[in-house]
Design a protein around this ligand. Structure first.
Ligand SMILES: *Cc1c(COP(=O)(O)O)cnc(C)c1O
Length: 380
């Protein structure tokens, strides 16, 4: 029998998505407007339950871009960004003609290091410019050090743009990720915890900001009978079809989070007695992690025969099991290597030794058996 590929993180429909798409067809709102959008935004607002305003958009990348515009980031401005992340966290800085300053991670959450962050701010101010914003990331769904980072940001009066693309369903001290930034974003790309096939959302704290986002995302049309423009607009709206998928996905979000967390538990017990492999976990009870992806660190000084990350990666791929090295830090990317970086070698070392493993909410017992057979054969 030919075995199908096991994916890192693939779409997982809940069952009610198609009926919302049919609603869109029945009402002929095959457009970036309609009831699915209004309702999807409403359900998200209720889920976050924190007096927030949600605007759905075409992607999280678009959401970060509009977020920077709302924070008044312009050409020549400086924006601090977590280096250990996906490029979409940082690219909108360049869209604005602004310049990124990258900051290292710490080992507890793998996210922004508050000490390196403050060093970056102090040094940048010393050189004559105050950073305009800080882009924080909850990588792999693990909340960053919320209190420490907020304290540093407030001390220097710099707003936070919270990239919560991977962290829908995670929380810190009972408060949902996506509500910690001055502006926050989610992604509903195909590989995220829930998907609209492609899409994103921006979370703001005022109705006025939401109005501004809607204005900018729909080509910045001034009020006039003809098309009149005094500001630069974008075409960043979500389709009413995609929002229908999102409405259906919201019904199974909590279930999907539980299933991803069960995948994490599966790996914790799989690797429990295998030397040299650490499953990245949050132990502090303040942190509730959706474990969007479960990742491991490999220490070749301790594994059987000195097996390293690459050997594990290639062995899994050989068995048609998708896996991926951790994000390559931005300050090591050819595109970004000439921008300033503050910190040490934490993100770099994580990249060198880390691997994300299949973590989808739709993986089966037979998938888990295949994964464990391959890994145990290699590592025991
Ligand atoms: C996926 C992702 C994005 C981009 O999301 P899109 O909706 O695909 O634009 C941004 N930041 C992080 C950390 C991501 O994982």
């Amino acid at each position: 029998m030919i075995k199908s590929k096991i994916w890192l993180s693939s779409p997982h429909m809940g069952g009610s998505e198609l009926s919302y798409i049919h609603d869109a067809f029945d009402s002929n709102w095959i457009a970036p407007f309609g009831a699915n959008i209004t309702e999807f935004e409403h359900v998200l607002e209720k889920y976050l339950s924190n007096d927030v305003f949600v605007t759905t958009l075409s992607s999280a990348t678009a959401a970060i871009h509009l977020g920077l515009i709302l924070l008044d980031v312009k050409a020549g401005d400086l924006v601090i960004c977590q280096s250990f992340t996906f490029s979409a966290s940082a690219n909108p800085i360049l869209y604005q003609g602004a310049k990124p300053i990258f900051v290292d991670s710490e080992l507890e959450t793998w996210n922004l290091c508050p000490i390196a962050l403050e060093n970056a701010i102090i040094d940048t101010i010393h050189k004559g410019q105050i950073p305009k914003a800080i882009i924080t990331v909850h990588l792999y769904g693990v909340p960053y050090k919320i209190d420490e980072i907020r304290a540093v940001a407030d001390k220097y009066n710099i707003p936070i743009l919270e990239d919560s693309a991977e962290a829908l369903g995670s929380s810190y001290k009972g408060q949902k990720c996506g509500t910690f930034g001055d502006i926050s974003v989610f992604s509903f790309n195909g590989n995220k915890i829930i998907t609209t096939s492609g899409g994103g959302a921006i979370i703001t704290s005022s109705h006025q900001q939401k109005k501004k986002i809607q204005f900018l995302a729909s080509q910045a049309k001034d009020e006039a009978p003809h098309y009149q423009h005094s500001e630069l607009g974008y075409n960043y709206q979500m389709s009413n079809i995609c929002a229908g998928i999102g409405r259906g996905q919201m019904k199974v979000l909590d279930e999907h989070v539980a299933l991803r967390r069960a995948m994490h538990d599966f790996y914790v017990s799989l690797f429990k007695n295998i030397p040299g492999i650490t499953v990245f976990s949050t132990v502090n009870p303040d942190y509730f992690t959706n474990y969007w992806l479960t990742s491991i660190l490999v220490n070749p000084n301790e594994t059987k025969n000195g097996i390293n990350r690459e050997t594990i990666r290639l062995t899994l791929l050989d068995s048609d099991i998708e896996c991926r090295p951790l994000w390559k830090p931005m300050h090591l990317q050819p595109l970004y290597e000439n921008y300033p970086f503050y910190g040490g070698e934490i993100a770099e070392t994580l990249f060198k030794n880390g691997l994300s493993l299949p973590s989808g909410s739709n993986l089966t017992d037979s998938d888990r058996n295949r994964i464990s057979t391959v890994l145990l054969k290699l590592l025991c």
